[in-house]
Design a protein around this ligand. Structure first.
Ligand SMILES: Cc1ncc(COP(=O)(O)O)c(C=O)c1O
Length: 405
């Protein structure tokens, strides 16, 4: 596998401007482009179908993911929408039972309307996975993998699943949002397609909602481009410009995210207020060895369960100074989310329980602030939770019962 190229990130289309020699390629906001004459079209005609600024971002992402081509979309959900259009309505889509809540909602809604056939399963369970291919009468058209998964950081063996997909003629798509191509390149492990919410690490500054799908082959790339234009889900030029600016610093940012995450994960695993830590960088994580072999790092997202009821969750959150309570992840600033009531609220309670999302679960997106400040903030938060535990049990339970999720 070739190395991730920080140089590609930094130098994407630098110095290519033909008009003024601008170092950074200019932003083309125009919705339309003149024809040279009747029937004599230039490279671009209409921005929904193609735009020079957006194309630079698409080409850069394709290069970083080692794919043939990419579409840039208006959101990660738009990218997933394009993806499901590659499959005929009577073909089965296999998806993780613990994927991002919005993905779960989209696929469930399409399934209910009869627009797609979707089966959610635990993709760590290889037997269930093989069965899904062989037991039913429906042909599996697409397998969607999210690794590490949101929010429980389950690590899925991309090469093993790719081998099963090949045997059965199904496409394999990997949502690589949590790691970015800096830390994982699924196409080199056998995937056919990579999906991103570029809202996260690729943009990295919490100021653009965007997405992308990168295809391994020219044929898949052409089909995606056709669908993105047909559905009208291509990304805006200004968003592409900002995202490319974010991509230029991806390599430097991701190292800091990871350094900070490793320190916070260690603190969490040593603290008595914490019941469980989900971070593939910890040797105790069940996916650690696999993550080590298929990833180039462990990333900046950590989930953990507090050793306390909902009162503990309140105690942890109220008083944090370096973490904002907000959805999303992958920005330079640290965030904390409560998946059960925020990012995964669209999943029914039973689906949350099946996926392992409990009311005590919190997800941290570790930013690039000074390590000592993050550590101090998390330690104080955990100490507040621990102090609660020395209160009479009935107090804690009564708050827990009062909470509505
Ligand atoms: C793993 C994953 N995939 C897809 C999405 C959807 O992306 P967006 O919010 O940009 O539509 C998200 C959003 O949080 C996500 O975490």
């Amino acid at each position: 596998m070739s190395d991730f190229s920080a140089t590609t990130c930094v130098r994407a289309a630098v110095g290519t401007d033909q008009s003024y020699g601008a170092v950074i390629p200019p932003l083309h906001l125009s919705t339309n482009f003149t024809f040279k004459g009747l029937g004599d079209r230039r490279k671009y005609d209409y921005t929904r179908s193609g735009n020079p600024t957006r194309d630079i971002l698409g080409e850069t992402l394709a290069e970083l993911e080692e794919g043939h081509g990419a579409i840039v979309t208006s959101s990660g959900m738009a990218a997933l929408t394009a993806l499901v259009h590659l499959v005929d309505a009577d073909q089965l889509i296999l998806a993780p039972h613990d994927c991002y809540g919005g993905t779960f909602r989209l696929l469930t809604a399409l399934h209910k309307q009869g627009r797609a056939r979707v089966l959610f399963l635990d993709q760590g369970d290889h037997r269930a996975f093989e069965n899904a291919f062989t037991s039913g009468s429906e042909k599996v058209g697409l397998v969607l993998v999210e690794t590490p998964s949101n929010p429980l950081l389950r690590v899925v063996d991309i090469a093993a699943i790719s081998a099963i997909c090949r045997r059965h003629g199904a496409l394999l798509a990997v949502d690589n949002t949590f790691l970015s191509p800096a830390l994982q390149r699924p196409l080199t492990l056998g995937a056919d397609l990579v999906v991103h919410s570029t809202t996260k690490y690729l943009n990295g500054h919490s100021d653009v909602v965007g997405g992308a799908v990168i295809a391994k082959t020219a044929e898949l790339s052409e089909r995606l481009t056709w669908w993105a234009n047909c559905l009208g889900i291509t990304g805006a030029p200004f968003d592409s410009f900002l995202t490319l600016r974010g991509v230029r610093t991806l390599s430097a940012r991701i190292r800091l995210h990871e350094e900070n995450a490793a320190a916070v994960a260690q603190l969490l695993s040593d603290h008595p207020a914490v019941a469980k830590v989900y971070y593939p960088g910890l040797a105790s994580h069940p996916g650690h060895a696999l993550a080590r072999s298929q990833q180039q790092g462990f990333g900046g997202i950590i989930s953990f369960e507090l050793n306390a009821g909902i009162a503990g969750v309140h105690a942890f959150l109220e008083g944090l100074t370096c973490f904002s309570l907000a959805e999303s992840l992958g920005g330079v600033e640290s965030l904390v989310a409560h998946p059960a009531s925020m990012t995964h609220a669209s999943m029914a309670a039973e689906a949350q329980a099946r996926a392992g999302i409990t009311p005590q679960l919190l997800r941290l997106s570790i930013g690039i602030e000074a390590t000592k400040d993050l550590i101090c903030d998390v330690r104080l938060g955990l100490d507040r939770v621990h102090a609660l535990r020395s209160q009479p049990r009935s107090d804690i339970d009564s708050v827990s019962r009062a909470a509505t999720y």
